[in-house]
Ligand binder design. Structure first.
Ligand SMILES: O=C(CO)[C@@H](O)[C@H](O)COP(=O)(O)O
Length: 225
């Protein structure tokens, strides 16, 4: 039976990392029209992760193209403090930094909220979940990575679900997001563990029918809960 203290649905946020980057406007509109609850934007700087994507100028260009979309930024960058104001000005809604990338997560979470965004904190697969405990009360969301950050299309690490279960048990009302290798075959494990924000990249953006996959993901979660 579903635990009534848990959120009863999951939000589905496609990651556009593996979309056609030459036409991101089209990809974002397609995801929203296909039933996405939010858009997950992967910002990579080539330092924190061995890959490079985009920054605040692109987020600013996308903002008016999908005015109602919630922009969930996953900042895979070595200096997350540096981009808070620019990303807020560009129209980001949530700013998730990595605990491994800062010495002062509490101050950074405060700065993000003062800039008018929700604050998220992410942890890589090798980082013990206990490390986020001193910061959880200061953030809106914890992002549990289920692949090594840097690339889409990797295999889901099922053993990360223990982190999600621990966080859900400890913080019934916290937003908990999972990211990496999540699709129809792996979403049930995430929902069962207690995640309520689901990032799905290649499974959705590379599908012939993204609407059908998003719907499949959503229905799977409802069934599971
Ligand atoms: O942050 C990342 C990778 O670093 C993710 O957002 C991936 O881009 C998700 O893609 P799939 O693993 O679902 O293909």
């Amino acid at each position: 039976m579903a635990d009534k203290s848990r959120p009863l649905t999951c939000k589905i946020g496609p990651s556009i990392l593996n979309a056609d980057l030459s036409n991101l406007e089209k990809a974002c509109i397609q995801m929203m029209d296909s039933g996405a609850d939010y858009l997950h934007l992967d910002v990579m700087d080539g330092h924190f992760v061995p890959n490079l994507t985009f920054g605040h100028p692109l987020v600013k260009c996308l903002r008016p193209k999908v005015p109602r979309a919630f922009f969930d930024l996953h900042m895979m960058v070595a200096e997350p403090e540096k981009w808070v104001t620019d990303m807020a000005d560009a129209g980001a809604d949530q700013y998730t930094f990595h605990i491994e990338a800062t010495d002062n997560p509490l101050a950074l979470a405060r700065k993000i909220r003062e800039a008018g965004m929700k604050a998220g904190i992410g942890l890589k697969p090798g980082t013990p979940v206990e490390e986020v405990l001193p910061v959880v009360e200061a953030v809106d969301m914890v992002l549990v990575m289920t692949v090594e950050p840097g690339f889409g299309g990797q295999a889901f690490m099922a053993d990360m679900m223990a982190k999600v279960e621990f966080l859900r048990r400890s913080f019934p009302h916290l937003d908990i997001e999972v990211d990496g290798g999540v699709g129809p075959a792996t979403i049930d494990a995430c929902a069962k563990a207690g995640a309520n924000m689901i990032v799905s990249g290649s499974a959705v953006v590379k599908a012939n029918d993204p609407r059908a996959v998003i719907s499949q993901l959503r229905n799977s979660v409802v069934k599971e809960l």
